[in-house]
Design a binder for this molecule. Structure first.
Ligand code: ZN
Length: 288
C-alpha cells in the first residue's frame, strides 16, 4: 500500500467538502493554495461560474479531476422522463470530457419523484430496471466520447430517494452485464461511507479489480450520525477502518486519488476553508 504519511500527492478534494467557501472559483483557488493536485467538482457549482471559467481554472492550476459529480438519476415514471434523464447524462458525459475527468460518477437514482419528496411509485424493482437501461444507453455514448462511467453504490438508507444500487456486488453485477469484456469504460466508485459495513466488501473489491475500480472516496461514519445526508465525519473521527479498505483497493490494483467527500452542514461547512483544507491534509497523512 502506498505511504501517504509524508505528503498529500494523492489527495483529491471533492469540492462539496468545501461548500462553506462559496463559489467554485473560490474553492479552486483555496485548493491551489494548499497544494492540492486534484479535485472532483459538482455540476451545479460548475454551471454557476460556467464551463469555460471552470476549465480555465483547472488548466491554470494544473489540476486533475479524480471524478465529475454527477450523472445518474435514471428512473422515471414515463418515457419522456427517461429520455430527459438520458439527455442530461449525455451532457454530463460531455462536461466531464471537457474538464478531462477520470470518470463521471453515477448516482443512479431511486423511486421516481422520491428525491423531490413525492415518490410516484413504490416499485424499486422497476427503478432498478430503469437504472440498468439508463446506464446501458449512457454507456453507448460514453464509449464514443471515451469517458469512463463509475457507478457509486450508496448506503441502503438512500435506496428510496438517491440510489437503488446499494452494494458493490450489485454495482459489479451491472458492470458485468453491460461490459463483460471489462473494457475500463464502466466501473465503480468505492465510497467508504457507503460500503464500509458490507460483509462482502473485501471480496467484491477483489472481484472489481483494476479495470473496475475507478474512484475511491473517503470520509468517516460518525456515531451517532445526526443527519442522513449531511453529517459525514472527517477521516479519523468515526468508526471506518479507512486504511484497511484502502489496502484492499490498492491490492486490487487501484493507484489513483483518495477523494475527500464530506457533507457536513453542522460542522465542516461552517469552518474557515483553510482550516478544513489543513485538516484534510493532516488526516490524509495519518487516517487514510
Ligand atoms: Zn462518494
Amino acid at each position: 500500500m502506498r505511504d501517504f504519511s509524508a505528503d498529500h500527492r494523492w489527495l483529491s478534494m471533492n469540492t462539496a467538502t468545501l461548500r462553506g467557501a462559496g463559489r467554485l472559483d473560490a474553492i479552486i483557488e483555496a485548493c491551489a493554495r494548499h497544494g492540492i493536485r486534484a479535485i472532483a467538482p459538482w455540476r451545479d457549482p460548475v454551471a454557476a461560474i460556467g464551463n469555460e471559467r471552470t476549465a480555465a481554472l483547472v488548466r491554470t492550476h494544473g489540476l486533475e479531476l479524480s471524478g465529475y459529480c454527477r450523472g445518474g438519476m435514471f428512473p422515471a415514471v414515463d418515457a419522456a422522463g427517461k429520455e430527459a434523464a438520458l439527455d442530461d447524462n449525455r451532457r454530463a458525459v460531455d462536461e466531464a470530457k471537457t474538464f478531462g475527468a477520470a470518470c463521471l460518477v453515477l448516482v443512479v437514482g431511486g423511486l421516481p419523484g422520491a428525491l423531490a419528496g413525492t415518490p410516484q411509485s413504490k416499485n424499486l424493482f422497476a427503478a432498478r430496471n430503469d437504472v440498468r437501461d439508463g446506464i446501458a444507453a449512457t454507456l453507448d455514448y460514453a464509449r464514443q466520447v471515451g469517458m469512463p462511467l463509475a457507478i457509486e453504490p450508496l448506503h441502503p438508507m438512500y435506496a428510496a430517494d438517491r440510489a437503488c444500487v446499494n452494494t458493490m456486488e450489485q454495482a459489479l453485477d451491472l458492470c458485468d452485464a453491460l461490459d463483460p469484456e471489462r473494457t475500463g469504460v464502466l466501473g465503480v466508485a468505492v465510497d467508504v461511507y457507503h460500503v464500509w459495513w458490507d460483509p462482502k466488501l473485501e471480496a467484491q473489491i477483489t472481484r472489481a479489480g483494476k479495470e473496475r475500480l475507478l474512484a475511491f472516496h473517503v470520509c468517516d461514519w460518525l456515531v451517532p450520525t445526526r443527519d442522513l445526508l449531511e453529517d459525514r465525519g472527517m477521516m479519523g473521527d468515526g468508526v471506518i477502518e479507512i486504511p484497511k479498505i484502502r489496502s484492499w483497493v490498492e491490492a486490487a490494483g487501484f493507484a489513483g486519488y483518495s477523494e475527500v467527500e464530506i457533507f457536513s452542514s453542522r460542522d465542516w461547512w461552517k469552518r474557515p476553508v483553510d482550516e478544513v483544507l489543513l485538516t484534510c491534509v493532516e488526516r490524509h497523512r495519518r487516517a487514510v
